[in-house]
Write a protein that binds this ligand. Structure first.
Ligand SMILES: [Fe+2]
Length: 313
């Protein structure tokens, strides 16, 4: 279980950091928790890997995928995050393959194309809030964790930090984005599971895109999932366009190389990627993805009892 793994190793990692740098881990912790992303280059040695799989699940058992998964759980644990999945996405698997999927259709096409900026699990509540229709729906993740296994064409992962995006928006636009007035649709990967578990696709009728939390402003967004009626909500539509344009202007990118772990803050940044292309399988691009959430405030109903890392729905 990920929680037990972290409990056993996190003290060791903290001590090693403090001994080798002479600095307190707490200072580093605060800085990393407030960063739009944390890149841990060469966090693990990939070791033996089979051919790149051709679907989201399952993650094949091999030395290389095991060390990648353990490293991700520890990295998230050091940030105070539990490694979690959602039952409604990819059968609740804790790790999924981000790979080129063969064949025709939307999922296969999407696996090859670029992806515009978004946060993951966009219809789920911000941590600290409850979903209006169902209080058992767990918060969206605080972090999206990407572990690099293969990336022969150096496909770039894009990141749009809110610190830069929001600094470029007018007060009027920011106010509009903080109003509960946006219709938000679910991301495709969650829809089959939602239909199965909830009996319908979970969405938000009137929600905010930005939320002030303490000193920070948190975001939930997906270019394709936010719907605004331009005729009925001209101010909201204008703010939404200004936000999308600012995200585009403040997009930066990194390459997740084999052995790298990239932790993207799912409240303080959007993420996406450039075109992947190429053929599936073989030695093609392969990244493992999982989620991290500060679960201290989670209610009993927001988590399955078996497996305990799987959140509702
Ligand atoms: Fe994503």
């Amino acid at each position: 279980m990920p929680a037990k793994l972290v409990a056993g190793l996190s003290d060791a990692v903290r001590h090693a950091y403090q001994e080798s740098t002479g600095q307190s881990f707490d200072t580093l912790f605060e800085r990393l928790r407030a960063a739009p992303y944390v890149m841990l280059p060469k966090a693990f040695a990939p070791g033996h890997l089979p051919s790149t799989p051709q679907n989201f699940i399952p993650v094949p058992d091999a030395d290389g995928t095991l060390i990648a998964r353990v490293s991700a759980v520890i990295a998230l644990g050091e940030l105070g995050m539990e490694t979690v999945s959602y039952g409604a996405e990819n059968d609740g698997e804790l790790f999924v393959n981000l790979v080129v999927i063969p064949g025709e259709g939307r999922i296969a096409d999407k696996s090859k194309g670029g992806m515009r900026g978004h946060t993951d699990a966009v219809t789920f509540p911000f941590r600290g809030q409850l979903d209006v229709s169902n209080p058992d729906i767990a918060p969206s993740p605080d972090f999206v964790c990407l572990s690099g296994l293969r990336n022969p064409d150096s496909v770039r992962t894009t990141i749009m930090p809110m610190s830069e995006v929001l600094a470029n928006l007018s007060v009027e636009h920011l106010d509009e984005l903080k109003k509960q007035q946006f219709h938000i649709r679910s991301q495709k990967t969650f829809i089959p599971g939602m239909n199965l578990i909830l009996g319908n696709e979970h969405g938000i009728d009137e929600g905010e895109i930005l939320l002030d939390v303490g000193q920070e402003t948190w975001v939930r967004y997906s270019h394709s999932s936010i719907l605004v009626n331009e005729e009925e909500q001209p101010a909201a539509a204008e703010a939404n366009s200004a936000f999308a344009a600012a995200c585009h202007r403040h997009s930066r990118s990194v390459v997740v190389e084999p052995g790298d772990i990239l932790l993207v803050n799912n409240r303080l940044a959007l993420h996406g990627r450039s075109d992947v292309g190429g053929e599936p399988g073989g030695e093609s691009r392969w990244i493992l993805r999982t989620y991290g959430l500060d679960t201290t405030g989670l209610t009993k109903g927001q988590r399955y009892s078996k497996p305990a890392y799987m959140l509702f729905p």
